[in-house]
Design a protein around this ligand. Structure first.
Ligand SMILES: CC(C)(COP(=O)(O)OP(=O)(O)OC[C@H]1O[C@@H](n2cnc3c(N)ncnc32)[C@H](O)[C@@H]1OP(=O)(O)O)[C@@H](O)C(=O)NCCC(=O)NCCS
Length: 257
């Protein structure tokens, strides 16, 4: 049994915008990086140099200072990670978004990516020649997940959330949630309501799953989802097109998931 886990690393922009060694990725891999978004003033100053005019403007529109700083750190570290797959300096990368909001690289079509941020942490997923989506959520025990599931989710998802140890209901709810977000983000749509037309089917070892759609003809989807082993209190998942891919955690070194 593989016990590798994905760590949230501190952000240090040690190369100050210069090229770092390239990281190789093959199409059978999905690389996942995790970072803590609280950075000190020095790092923030360097982060600011990486951002495009649009990103700077987005940051400036955020009212909360902490959110502004975390947004800047998230964008800068995204650029630094992407630069290692594209052989371009972080500040030179051209990132655009689809009409549904999914970001993509205009000059390196083979490198696909997605990101998520939650409560001061971010996850970044990189894939080659296949669409990818990722989602991260923090466990919040105060939320009435059974009530939410009854209102919004399918009967199958409700049964999954309510079955077994009541202490783990929140985690099961978030598994259903992040799986759906990751798949929808891989497909580029974002969450699409209503949510009760599909349900999560888990593998026997519960490390991966699939959204089964009961709507119309589209039974099942070709976008499997893999759950990420994170520190306690966090639930995350990554989804990508096709079945022949493995998750690699970039924890300073590569670790196979
Ligand atoms: C967009 C959405 C997927 C974000 O989910 P979330 O849990 O709130 O936030 P996350 O941190 O997990 O993800 C945010 C990131 O997802 C990415 N993203 C946004 N829209 C996306 C889409 N349609 N597909 C894939 N990724 C998307 C962005 O990179 C965003 O980061 P950024 O704001 O720093 O650029 C979610 O709000 C949603 O599904 N909304 C419904 C669709 C919608 O309103 N789309 C926006 C139209 S412009």
């Amino acid at each position: 049994m593989n016990n590798a886990s994905l760590k949230f690393q501190r952000i240090i922009f040690e190369n100050r915008g210069k090229l770092k060694p390239l990281i190789e990725i093959v199409s059978e891999e999905v690389h996942v990086w995790g970072f803590l978004l609280d950075v000190d003033v020095t790092e923030l100053t360097h982060a600011a140099h990486y951002l495009s005019k649009d990103e700077q403007e987005r940051a400036n529109r955020l009212v909360s200072e902490r959110h502004r700083q975390q947004f800047m750190a998230a964008r800068a570290v995204l650029r630094e990670v992407l630069s290692r797959y594209c052989a371009q300096r972080p500040q030179e990368l051209a990132i655009q978004t689809t009409s549904d909001g999914k970001p993509f690289l205009t000059d390196s079509a083979a490198v696909r990516f997605n990101l998520t941020h939650s409560h001061g942490r971010t996850l970044i997923a990189i894939a080659k020649d296949r669409e990818v989506g990722i989602d991260l959520e923090k466990l919040r025990p105060e939320v009435d997940v059974v009530g939410l599931a009854k209102r919004f989710l399918s009967r199958q998802d409700q049964a999954f959330i309510e079955a077994g140890d009541p202490e783990r209901r929140h985690e099961r709810f978030l598994r259903v949630w992040v799986a759906r977000e990751a798949v929808f983000k891989a497909e580029g749509k974002g969450i699409t309501f209503p949510l009760h037309h599909d349900h999560l089917a888990l593998s026997r070892d519960e490390r991966e799953g699939r959204l089964i759609r009961s709507e119309g003809e589209s039974k099942g989807t070709n976008v499997p989802v893999r759950f990420l082993p994170l520190e306690p209190g966090w639930v995350g998942a990554v989804a990508a097109e096709g079945t022949n891919w493995a998750v690699i955690y970039l924890n300073g070194k590569r670790e196979r998931g």
